[in-house]
Design a protein around this ligand. Structure first.
Ligand code: PLP
Length: 476
């Protein structure tokens, strides 16, 4: 399996998995995709069904991921998957269990990992892969990232205690929920530095970009990223689409997925699974008030929002102005026309802030070919779904999951439908109480008392030089 950039049309042979693992973004600014998606047939799916039932999620992960990786010996890859998806690290030994609500809608529970959000599913694998490959190369890595909440804690829980990795995570002062702050800031690990920036999330992201633009600094400290454009994160996520499908479709019939979306990372993995031949009917993109993606799938026009146009919502992990993984889907839509993608994403987006595919025959046929459908929810609709699901089933869902549930119920998608649960309600207890009043939000025992633990943070001004000094002091 070889990988090429979405913007490459040279026809040159692609790169191997472990090279793009550490590289992240391609040098031409594009995103990596496999030259062709591996294909699975019904017999393979039945074999995977037995494997999941008899040996569990890690064994399934190994089998699926091995289709994408040919530069790690098979036994090593098995060990990587077993460590990433060790049942003891998850709140449920099934890792991704499913459950059904009384109206027939399924939930696939992706937030049983160490930070209680679906990003653990990918980050746990990434942590193991990074460690493995850095050991093999005798190299070290410095992760510099920005978070509005879930990415930071998922990355830190996955990367802590790894001697060849240092993490510097920028977060906006006072913007995350109290639980999210406690989760990140209470981590006590020499490799993890939480930098609290006097600014908002966009400022944090700009600081990361500015520091990465200093090539000498980047080179000197071996700075890399763990953001959702990393191909390995998508591969990890393909596994839970398979696992959920196996559990919901005993007879092999197609099912639909509804995915609360921001950066298009989660649903891009669903797209990959569908392209591999997993029987998926619809892939439903659910957005909140930040509806860049919903607008695209309805109109064919993708218009990046300015910071001022980006709403702060009750599903903050979906508050994005542009969807960083979206280029991958457009590359498939335009049949991997690298020159055209380079033009659209390297010129039109930066210069005009938009691309328009509304006249493109491929766009008009996309729902049939790729199965995408979309809709968005409002704050009031999410609260309403939190109330309804609690009243009907006694089940508490977080506001991101509520977005998917709202869209699933509004669209009346036929057949079996799975809404992806992306966070535990305890992370967003304020919104749960806004919906339901003084209800007890369940708190898994591993998170008992985290708000009372000592906090370890550094505060810095919104200034790249100040952040660089923190990194220098720590690593020199
Ligand atoms: C990150 C996140 C999302 C959005 O996922 P994307 O891959 O960015 O589309 C949704 N819900 C939660 C809880 C998240 O943390």
């Amino acid at each position: 399996m070889r990988y090429v950039s979405t913007r490459d049309s040279s026809g040159q042979p692609g790169k191997q998995f472990c090279d793009i693992l550490l590289e992240g973004l391609a040098p031409d600014g594009g995103l990596y995709l496999p030259e062709a998606y591996p294909q699975v047939d019904a017999a393979t799916l039945e074999e995977w069904r037995r494997l999941l039932a008899e040996q569990g999620y890690a064994a399934l992960a190994h089998r699926v991921i091995s289709l994408f990786v040919d530069d790690i010996p098979d036994d090593d890859l098995r060990g990587i998957c077993e460590r990433a998806y060790a049942p003891r690290k998850f709140l449920d030994p099934a890792i991704v269990p499913v459950s059904q609500l009384s109206d027939g809608l399924w939930l696939a529970h992706l937030s049983n990992g160490p930070s209680a959000a679906f990003k653990d599913m990918a980050m746990q694998l990434l942590g193991e892969l990074f460690s493995y490959e850095l050991d093999r190369r005798g190299a070290t890595l410095t992760i510099l990232g920005a978070t509005s909440g879930d990415t930071g804690s998922a990355a830190e829980y996955a990367l802590m205690g790894r001697p060849n990795i240092s993490v510097f995570m920028l977060s906006p002062k006072g913007r995350m929920t109290p639980f999210q702050q406690a989760q990140m800031y209470s981590i006590d690990d020499p490799g993890i530095t939480n930098i609290v920036v006097d600014g908002v999330f966009d400022d944090c992201q700009d600081l990361v970009k500015q520091i990465n633009a200093d090539a000498a600094f980047k080179q000197r400290y071996g700075i890399g990223a763990v953001n959702s454009i990393n191909w390995a994160r998508l591969v990890a996520q393909v596994v839970y689409y398979v696992a959920a499908w196996l559990q919901v479709s005993p007879d092999g019939a197609p099912v639909s997925f509804v995915v609360p979306s921001g950066n298009f990372g989660n649903i891009a993995a669903g797209h990959v699974a569908r392209q591999m031949g997993l029987p998926i009917d619809r892939l439903v993109v659910a957005t909140n008030e930040n509806n860049v993606l919903d607008e695209f799938f309805r109109t064919g026009v993708y218009r990046v929002r300015t910071a001022a146009e980006t709403h702060e919502t009750s599903s903050p992990s979906m508050d994005i102005s542009k969807a960083s993984n979206f280029e991958r889907f457009v590359a498939d839509l335009l049949e991997r026309d690298g020159d055209r993608i380079a033009w659209l994403f390297g010129r039109d987006i930066p210069e005009e802030g938009r691309i328009d595919l509304s006249d493109e025959p491929a766009f008009r046929e996309q729902a049939e070919r790729f199965g995408f459908v979309s809709a968005s929810s409002s704050h009031a609709q999410r609260l309403e779904q939190i109330r309804r699901t609690y009243a009907d089933d006694g089940v508490l869902i977080d506001p991101h999951t509520a977005d998917a549930v709202a869209v699933a119920r509004a669209l009346h998608v036929p057949g079996s439908v799975i809404a992806l649960e992306t966070a535990l309600p305890i992370k967003f207890a304020g919104t749960i109480r806004e919906a339901l009043g003084a209800v007890e939000v369940p708190r898994p025992a591993v998170f008992d008392g985290i708000e009372d633990r000592p906090r370890r943070t550094m505060s810095v001004a919104n200034d790249p030089e100040a952040v660089k000094r923190v990194i220098e002091q720590k690593l020199d």
